[in-house]
Design a protein around this ligand. Structure first.
Ligand code: NAD
Length: 531
């Protein structure tokens, strides 16, 4: 692969050149990471938490440099970069520092099964070892950071491959890990594109992959990872719906949806791309949303008065334009935007609102990933839920209503990984949440307790100290078959008649049974099976 020339989407200026990692050095990087992981997994959790404390402070101190780099390289406004690229990993680290220790501590289990009593059982959590983190360009700092801090806390090592569109931010992120007290090689940087990603996936010592990106590439990543039985977490695309109910606070809802549709120039996996509005408030809502979108100030990402910057590259702009043209050709009403703001540059696209959308439009089916929002009227809440769910995407969704009971009833009906009420796209910034999609939007979770457990292998340790052989050990015999059969007949029909029969049949076997276990102690376990 040739050197990567990094150009700013904001003004085309060259920000730097990056050498892709030669494929032949990747195996030795993986070996180094493996050695670092071995050392790191012996480190007590409180020391791992201390390393995250250092990292959290360092990240916060470096905020200005990181926000400026993201603004230049990726194109989101600097203030937005501070908010969306730095807060989420800070919150994630805070979750890990406060909650990670007790969640990962070995846990005593008291088995209740009749033959399991008398054992000492423990659940322990082990890291997998080396992971590949394959990252996208749209949140080039916060996505890999959230994943890397979780991997580091759980005792894993990682090789992170940023998108070739944002390699400088990727390098900045990895350098932060190298500046705190972590074993050499625990977090390493692989620059490049698909070949480097594939080289990581091919290596048998890489035991897990967190891939964040598009659905087709995610499928290819999972297929490749299956060849060496890697753990796979896929964080994929979205087509998030927002449902606006007739009792919503119109002004606040329009403001919230305008932000959630246009943040990062709409290049967010959880951008609001489809809005379903109850017909009673359809026109007033459109009016309010149009006003909000028209007020968005598009401009250079380093200008503090800019709300929205450029899209990342011509391919993004062209996809937005294609969805706009398709929607207009199919009866959509263009209320604002729908064009490149040529006076600013070829990648600045106006915030665009299309009303009277329907499911036949590309923009209602495929991920647009740009500053376009489509709005469709619906008769009632049921139609809104049905339409929101009629998609293979299922990342997040939002409900906009003043009625708490209604929200509580409707939220679980939405087929997606997170539902927000009267807000959107907040869950990534909440370290305590659960992040990940239903359906084609992904497999596995990051964030919170369930994200933490994705990164460790659970080990069950069951101990018994007795001279008695287990009942089911050799030699098998007709007697053991009779006893087992009788026991199961009794469990299948725990009537008085069968209980009396079982007592009669087991009485002569008591000496045999007590040679293996205590029938009396096992009794509560059997009673559980009957309930
Ligand atoms: P992409 O799929 O094009 O690329 C993602 C990463 O995969 C990049 O680092 C790329 O170099 C690498 N890659 C490409 N081909 C590969 C291959 N064959 N093997 C291994 N690696 C390969 O995605 P993108 O354009 O960078 O990101 C945008 C997409 O990511 C959107 O669909 C968006 O919705 C999604 N996304 C999802 C989440 C989430 O949390 N669910 C977050 C952000 C972005």
């Amino acid at each position: 692969m040739n050197r990567i020339v990094v150009k700013s989407p904001a003004d085309g200026s060259v920000l730097g050149e990056v050498e892709p990692t030669p494929l032949e050095v990747i195996p030795s990087m993986v070996e180094r990471a493996h050695r670092a992981a071995r050392e790191w997994q012996e480190t007590p959790l409180r020391e791992r938490a201390e390393a995250l404390r250092q990292l959290r402070r360092l990240l916060l101190k470096e905020r200005a440099a990181l926000a400026e780099l993201v603004a230049r390289e990726q194109g989101k406004p600097r203030v937005e970069a501070l908010i969306v690229e730095i807060f989420p990993p800070v919150d994630m680290m805070t979750f890990l520092i406060y909650e990670g220790g007790h969640l990962l501590r070995p846990r005593a289990i008291r088995p209740k099964g009749p033959f399991m009593r008398g054992r000492t059982c423990t659940l322990q959590f082990h890291p997998y070892g080396v992971w590949a983190v394959i990252a996208p360009w749209n949140y080039p700092a916060s996505i890999p950071l959230v994943q890397l801090v979780s991997l580091v806390f759980t005792g894993n090592a990682a090789l992170v491959k940023p998108s070739p569109l944002t390699p400088l931010t990727g390098a900045f992120v990895v350098e932060l890990f190298q500046r705190v007290n972590l074993p050499d090689g625990l977090v390493q940087l692989v620059q490049g594109g698909a070949p480097q990603g594939q080289a990581l996936l091919e290596h048998p010592r890489v035991r897990g992959v967190i891939f964040t990106g598009s659905i087709p590439i995610g499928r290819a990543v999972a297929a490749k990872a299956a060849e060496t039985n890697k753990k796979v977490i896929l964080e994929l695309g979205g087509k998030d719906p927002a449902i606006v109910l007739a009792d919503a606070d119109l002004e606040r809802t329009a403001r919230g949806i305008a932000w959630a549709a246009m943040v990062n120039a709409g290049q967010t996996c959880v951008s609001v791309e489809r809005v379903y509005v109850e017909r009673a408030i359809y026109e007033p809502f459109l009016h309010a949303l149009q006003a909000e979108l028209s007020n968005i100030r598009v401009g250079h990402p380093l200008d503090d008065e800019t709300d929205m910057g450029p899209v990342i590259a011509p391919f993004q702009r062209d996809r937005v334009q294609a969805h706009v043209e398709d929607a207009c050709a199919k009866g959509g009403r263009l209320l604002t935007g729908g064009k490149v703001l040529g006076e600013l540059g070829e990648l600045y696209y106006a915030p665009t609102l299309i009303a009277d959308a329907h499911e036949g439009m590309l923009g209602m089916q495929e991920e647009t990933f740009g500053p376009l929002v489509l709005v469709q009227p619906v008769a009632d809440e049921q139609e809104a839920i049905d339409r929101a769910n009629a998609s293979m995407f299922g990342l997040t969704a939002s409900l906009w209503t003043r009625d708490r009971q209604r929200a509580k009833r409707l939220a679980p009906l939405l087929e997606c990984g997170a539902v927000t009420v009267n807000s959107h796209a907040v869950t990534f910034g909440d370290g305590y949440s659960s992040w990940g999609g239903f359906k084609d939007s992904g497999i596995g979770r990051t964030h919170g307790e369930f994200g933490l457990y994705e990164l460790v292998q659970t080990q069950y340790i069951s101990e018994i100290y007795t001279h008695k052989p287990e009942l089911w050990w050799y030699p098998y015999s007709a007697r053991l078959r009779r006893i087992t059969d009788e026991l199961m007949a009794w469990l299948a029909e725990p009537s008085l008649r069968m209980s009396l029969r079982a007592m009669r049949r087991f009485a002569p076997e008591m000496r045999y049974l007590t040679r293996h276990f205590s029938p009396l102690k096992a009794m509560p376990g059997f009673l559980r099976y009957m309930r």
